[in-house]
Design a protein around this ligand. Structure first.
Ligand code: GCB
Length: 656
């Protein structure tokens, strides 16, 4: 765990007589409940990575209590010996892979297994750590290697890992068999929460019938959603890196870093910052220090600068000591930028930033929530086509690979934890809060170094008016701020401004509203007045900047009507335009952003309000534009040309 340090940093300001003290809190250690890092696995001269993606053996435990796999210890032998297995791609949700509705809607334990040939040199060299890492598996996972339990993890959207070197060395002649059992059952204490309801009335339901209830609007896809891999490090290794960036007079960049090493008491470290042309621009030694970059190239958002997403590479080198410690090298991309908030503005590098972006889901045909590179790249191309400069990871942390794309392309991110659907008062209890704090620790630990991440969102639309919400959100937000004092913290509200218990603690008010959809359906004329009232009420009470974090309407592609009626493409268009008119007045005052709900159509549970999923996308689930996409595109490019600093060729779409 990085030792957060007290930096008493005197800078040019001191010379000018302005003494500035930057206290980056000794609280990190005090609040963070985790004791190891979670650096993204990267190859280097001292590290190798072996991906285990592809086909795994798979078996759902269909026994009535879903516990046969544990009762009969399926992990002890090859899964195929315990019963019938099928091919299952990793990464992918398992739900839409077969034609079996029972698997699509399955609740309980599923088992994955795969044998791996481990390179002989990894086995032979006892000085090599071999780490098994799962990018994410939804929701609860237990992992065995050659029948020995090695780890378990609670939570469906963040990575976990375990060192397995000693196990694979036990008998180097047998292949390494990895078994992962994953359970998608949600409880009142999971994030997101859910409950299982058994239906015992035999006149209505078959024997053993039960359903899972939850208060969120996306399909609870399950399985191994992100890459599984093995990677190596030396025995003594760079375990974590924390960088905190500051900019001085727009000329010098300061990168304060903190490196934690495991396996060596006194490691010798050197740190080098390298620019895109391969030039070394700053160096330092030791586990903590400051890299000063003269003529800094700042990290700017897409459309705010002609050279967005500028990244340096920070090379951390732990030197061999000639005896037991070997060299370890880790390179971390670093973008230098600042973020701050005033009562009316969101500032990046001290310049006002207006969020014109989208809300997304990790969701697509067949793969469900499985990481899929063609989809990721297509989505980035579509966001750029739209002129979107930002998105929110509604309603859970997305794959770190996506954040890396954001860093490189300058797409700004509001990074949300899976605190969605917290509506039951029992989910505000101690166990829920404790778990929520751990999830924030895991999220900040993974994403703290991404320049694209500018704000944390601790929840979406909780029942914020319930009495326990005040203590719950006060604790959660303060904890998150202590973990990361450099970024604002928020949660997304849909509560009444006067009764929302968490709003006093957030830095930015993020409001969701669906006027003329869930309220006054069909009455487009109410939007101007109701939206105006919404903004005036929130700002009047809190004097904090506001983001319209969701708004929109369902449109079934190809349905048309003029005058517009609900579910047609025309209705969706007019909803957007009516919201935009109000945004244009309020963004001159305190509205700092607008995020459409949603980028693309996505799957939900079946119900009378959803026609094969949620259709509020401006793109279909197959990423084809609806009429609303063109409205948004015209607007976003106009906003970009007004608020950004664009090279001439990017102005083209304005002539639309
Ligand atoms: C919301 C939720 C989002 C839903 C959306 C809708 O407020 O935050 O998860 O999908 O509304 O379409 O109802």
């Amino acid at each position: 765990m990085p030792n957060y340090y007290l930096i008493i940093q005197t800078r040019l300001g001191q010379r000018l007589g302005m003494f500035r003290v930057v206290c980056l809190l000794a609280v990190f250690d005090a609040v963070c409940l985790l004791d190891t890092g979670m650096l993204f696995p990267r190859e280097s001269s001292s590290r190798e990575v072996k991906e285990l993606n592809g086909l795994w053996d798979f078996r759902a435990d269909q026994s009535p209590n879903r516990n046969q796999g544990f009762d009969r210890a399926w992990y002890k032998s090859r899964l195929a010996e315990t019963g019938p297995v099928i091919d299952m791609p990793v990464p992918a949700s398992y739900n839409d892979i077969t034609q079996d509705p029972a698997l699509r809607d399955f609740i309980g334990w599923v088992w994955y297994e795969r044998e791996v040939v481990v390179p002989a040199r990894w086995v032979a060299d006892g000085g090599t750590r071999v780490v098994l890492r799962v990018g994410s598996a939804h929701y609860y996972s237990v992992v065995w290697v050659n029948g020995v339990k090695v780890t378990e993890h609670d939570g469906g959207h963040l990575p976990f890992e375990v060192e397995i070197g000693s196990l694979i060395r036990k008998d180097p002649t047998v292949p390494c068999r990895i078994t992962i059992a994953v359970n998608n059952t949600l409880t009142l204490e999971t994030l997101p929460p859910g409950t299982i309801q058994h239906m015992d009335d035999r006149t209505k339901y078959p024997e053993g019938f039960f359903v899972q209830n939850f208060n969120f609007d996306f399909f609870n896809y399950a399985g191994i959603h992100r890459p599984v891999l093995l990677y190596t490090t030396p025995k003594a290794y760079v375990d974590d890196i924390t960088v905190i960036k500051d900019v001085f007079l727009c000329v010098s960049g300061l990168v304060k870093y903190n490196v934690s090493v495991q396996g060596a008491a006194n490691a010798t470290l050197s740190v080098t910052l390298i620019d895109k042309d391969g030039r070394c621009v700053a160096t330092s030694n030791g586990p903590a220090g400051v890299l000063k970059v003269v003529d800094v190239k700042l990290w700017w958002p897409y459309l705010m600068h002609e050279n967005p997403g500028y990244l340096y590479s920070m090379e951390v080198r732990q030197h061999a000591d000639g005896k037991s410690t070997f060299e370890d090298v880790y390179s971390l991309p670093v973008g230098i930028r600042t973020v701050s908030v005033t009562s009316t503005q969101f500032l990046i590098n001290n310049k006002p930033f207006y969020f014109h972006g989208v809300n997304k889901h990790e969701d697509s045909d067949i793969r469900g929530k499985g990481l899929d590179w063609p989809l990721i790249v297509k989505d980035f191309n579509l966001m750029k086509w739209l002129g979107a400069n930002s998105f929110r990871t509604s309603h859970y942390p997305y794959a770190e690979e996506i954040l890396q794309m954001c860093d490189r392309h300058g797409i700004v991110v509001i990074d949300e934890c899976p605190g969605v659907g917290i509506k039951d008062i029992r989910s505000f209890g101690k166990a829920s809060l404790t778990h929520h704090l751990v999830v924030m620790d895991e999220l900040v630990r993974r994403d703290k170094n991404h320049p694209s991440v500018v704000m944390w969102s601790v929840a979406n639309e909780p029942a914020a008016e319930m009495p326990p919400a005040e203590f719950y959100f006060k604790t959660l937000i303060q904890h998150t701020k202590a973990l990361d004092p450099t970024r604002p913290v928020t949660y997304i509200t849909a509560s009444n401004y006067a009764r929302d218990k968490g709003a006093p603690y957030v830095d930015v008010i993020c409001v969701n509203s669906y006027f003329s959809w869930y309220h006054d359906p069909g009455h487009l004329e109410v939007i101007p007045i109701q939206l105006n009232t919404q903004f005036e009420n929130w700002y009047g009470k809190y004097q904090k900047p506001i983001i319209q974090s969701e708004y929109g309407a369902d449109a079934v592609p190809g349905l048309h009507s003029d005058p517009p009626v609900m579910f047609t493409e025309e209705y969706q268009k007019v909803v957007l335009q009516s919201y935009h008119n109000v945004f244009d007045q309020k963004r001159k005052q305190y509205v700092i952003g607008e995020l459409i709900w949603n980028f693309a159509d996505f799957m939900t549970v079946q119900g009378i309000l959803r026609v094969v999923g949620n259709k509020k996308g401006v793109f279909t689930r197959q990423r084809q534009p609806k009429a609303a996409a063109f409205i948004l595109r015209e607007r976003y490019w106009r906003l970009a040309n007004e608020t950004g600093r664009l090279p001439p060729w990017t102005k083209y779409p304005c002539s639309l």
